[in-house]
Design a protein around this ligand. Sequence first.
Ligand SMILES: [Zn+2]
Length: 491
Amino acid sequence: MSFINKFGKTTVATSILAASVLGTTHVSFASGAGQGAQGQQGQDGDYMAIGNTKNPKNVIFMVGDGMGPSYNSAYRYYADNPNTKELDQTAFDKYLKGTNRTNPNDPKENVTDSAAGGTAFATGHKTYNGSISVDNDKKPLKSVLEYAKEQGKSTGLVTTAEVTDATPAVYAAHVDDRDKKDEIAQQFYNDKINGQHKVDVLLGGGSKYFGKENGHLTEKFQKDGYDYVTNKTDLANSKNDQVLGLFAEKNMPLQIDAPQQNPLLADMEDSALSKLEKNDKGFFLMVEGASIDKSGHPNDITGVMSEMSGFDKAFQNAIDYAKNHKDTLVVATADHSTGGLSIAKGKDYVWNPDAIHKMKHSGSYMTEQIAKGKDPETVINEGYGVDFPEKQLDKVKEAAKELKDVTDKAKDDKDPKIAEATTQLQDAIQKPINDASHTGWTTYGHTGEDVNTYAYGPGADKFRGNIDNTDSAKNIFDFFGQDVTSNQNQQ
Ligand SMILES: [Zn+2]
């Protein structure tokens, strides 16, 4: 279990790329244009867009946080129907358009975090790690969501993380540090465009940033006409066009561990679409599978597959929507990869998703239960679906005791020793499933490979080939009618 050297890595960028040259192309064709006339069947059996095939009126931009290419390939094995001879395609495969580069413009690091990555595809500008849509001089950068709002479109942000987390935040806030989550929540409420709140549908976790400690933001939103909901039933019953839905104090639980009353990502997406589509001028919706990354960091393969599955459902949902609404573009991509996920490890040419299918809870969930004081053996018995060696159980018990000792001695819960002991506990819990599935990992951080881009609908061909992460924003600005070079905010 010594294949990871947790603290042995220091990365200093030796050269930093200047901000990329800004493109000003204005021609964009619908998917399949040139192969057949509008309304005819294309090569892949889908019908071409009818109506305005140049510029989609609606954009659903989906982010699989941390969903590097190995995540998509691993998910193909995991989702495969064993009764068919061939390895089945995933919902994503059919819509692969190309890859995108993810490097940030950071003075010290050349592998991106979600803040710089998100800023790139939200605003069209590269920036430093930790930035929430401000440039290297801390000046605000306009996002595609803000531009959509200026145009009178409806807007939505849907995530399994806290809604103040980096990826949603970059669309509607401007702060110099992603950790300023109270300020991000304040900006969601206070910053307006043409007298209106920027985000009409805001769904995810993070209620702790909207309560009385941060100025009663939920009450303020409700006074301004928003529904405020905290569970699946209330979300389904919400009638207003504007809604704030906060389903957890922090991040939402993983799909495999979630209680029944929690909406899944596809449920939140459905609700968002039903509200946003009422606007004749169209909408911009960002949907984030955030916990793919949050499971990748602690090398939790069960959690990763749980969240890939949730993101896959939300993607299929979006594609179905776009097939019925021909002026809708769906794009799905990632901000970076996480953990150095490897499909097989050791000497065998084998990766075994069946073992993961047998698991009843994620490694993160079991770690949390034990950290809260629940008996380790009970937690493992309830969470594991594959053999858990006796010797390994002793290691889990030892790690649990160590975590308790460290926690008892710590001055506060931010003590780095707690994080270190938690990591050791989680590694001990996950070793048997990583071994049984032959899953390898190289880091607890992010990795810098290009990530896949999937797209369907009018404008999808603009995402072909190896593009830059900033090109996603440039394309969307272009579709909505603005040249990205003029997108610096005037604040
Ligand atoms: Zn991350």
